[in-house]
Design a protein around this ligand. Structure first.
Ligand code: ATP
Ligand code: MG
Ligand code: FE
Length: 335
């Protein structure tokens, strides 16, 4: 079974081809227009998706079928078209949805609607060294922070989540306070590498169960910086980044440990944009070794938004004959 998948939920336009669950191509176009605004501007994202979608799909098809020399022949290989239906920016989702529907109609092939957060989790099923069910997944992205109990590919249970900001927001908002450009997460990661993670102490919230809170961290960083003299940030950037990153990782992994204790499940995955963080990746592996867990970490290109994760999810939905109708609509919300 050959599936073309399209992801357009936020500010990445991406297309991927998979054959029987094996990823043949995964092409991602990032949108640079948002940089100067310090965040994603929905209307600009939508317009950029419209400009990008045809070349992105063309590129993914060409990379998947190098032996075929035109788009028509490549499209004939497809058995289904998948797209991200929710959650995300509605104008962005609409571009991918309409494109996928048009293609499914033209090729007379089934359409598969994919949930973006389910796809982040199932990114862990790409490749050879993959977890067995059931497993736990810490999903940490720009809009979500969840602990998921994966019973099977199509049955994911959220057993903990943030009550306010997402982990990605904690990175990005802290970075902004340090004067770093958006998105600041990858820059905190970079500067943290040469810093002391124990140099500065920031508030760790006490939240019940398997839930998280990150809004207090941002406030704690803000108040701390307000007390310092000018030039402090520049002089201490690496230590500040390392300490903020260490606090976020500690908050996350404490709850992961609690989830393992509660469920008895010792296979632990991470997913979402923040799972690209080198400190989190290293700490999870270290913790896994210490406690005898088996840990799984997606390749970098499958952490942040990408269509390969949509394709692998669609692969399982195809096997279960979970198809969408041609009047399927996208939704900004998570339901
Ligand atoms: P969602 O998946 O919740 O709808 P999203 O799709 O916008 O949100 P992703 O693309 O999965 O989110 O992740 C983007 C987030 O990941 C941003 O907050 C970004 O700062 C963060 N991020 C990316 N790389 C790193 C890194 N190396 N260290 C820390 N954070 C990172
Ligand atoms: Mg993004
Ligand atoms: Fe995402």
């Amino acid at each position: 079974t050959t599936i073309l998948a399209i992801e357009s939920s936020c500010d990445e336009t991406s297309a991927s081809v998979c054959v029987n669950g094996k990823i043949l191509s995964n092409y991602i176009a990032n949108q640079s227009v948002h940089e100067k605004y310090g965040g994603v501007v929905p209307e600009l994202a939508s317009r950029a998706h419209m400009q990008n979608i045809v070349p992105v799909v063309d590129t993914a098809l060409a990379a998947a079928f190098p032996e075929l020399n035109n788009t028509t022949d490549r499209l004939k290989q497809l058995d289904a078209i998948a797209f991200t239906q929710s959650p995300g920016l509605i104008g962005s989702l609409l571009v991918g949805t309409q494109f996928a529907k048009s293609l499914a109609l033209t090729l007379n092939k089934p359409l598969i609607a994919v949930h973006h957060m389910q796809a982040h989790v199932l990114a862990n099923l790409i490749g050879d060294d993959i977890p067995e069910f059931p497993f736990l997944c810490l999903t940490v992205s720009g809009g979500h922070t969840q602990i998921v109990l994966a019973h099977d590919p199509l049955n994911l249970e959220v057993i903990g989540e943030t009550i306010d900001d997402a982990a990605g927001e904690a990175f990005d908002k802290s970075a902004k306070l340090l004067g770093l450009p958006y998105p600041g997460g990858p820059l905190i990661d970079k500067y943290a590498k040469t810093g002391d993670p124990l140099k500065f102490k920031f508030a760790e919230p006490q939240i019940p169960e398997l839930n998280f809170s990150f809004s207090g961290l941002k406030t704690s960083v803000l108040y701390f910086l307000q007390k310092q003299e000018t030039g402090f940030i520049e002089a201490n950037l690496a230590d500040l980044c390392a300490s903020i990153q260490h606090t976020i990782i500690t908050i996350l992994l404490k709850k992961v440990k609690k989830a393992v204790q509660q469920t008895g499940i010792k296979q632990v995955c991470i997913a979402g944009g923040v799972s690209a963080n080198s400190g989190l990746r290293a700490s999870l592996q270290e913790m896994g070794q210490k406690h005898g867990w088996k840990t799984f970490i997606p390749k970098f290109e499958y952490c942040t938004d990408n269509a390969a994760m949509i394709a692998i999810t669609a692969h399982y939905k195809y096997q279960a004959a979970q198809f969408a109708s041609l009047d399927a609509n996208p939704s900004a919300r998570s339901h």
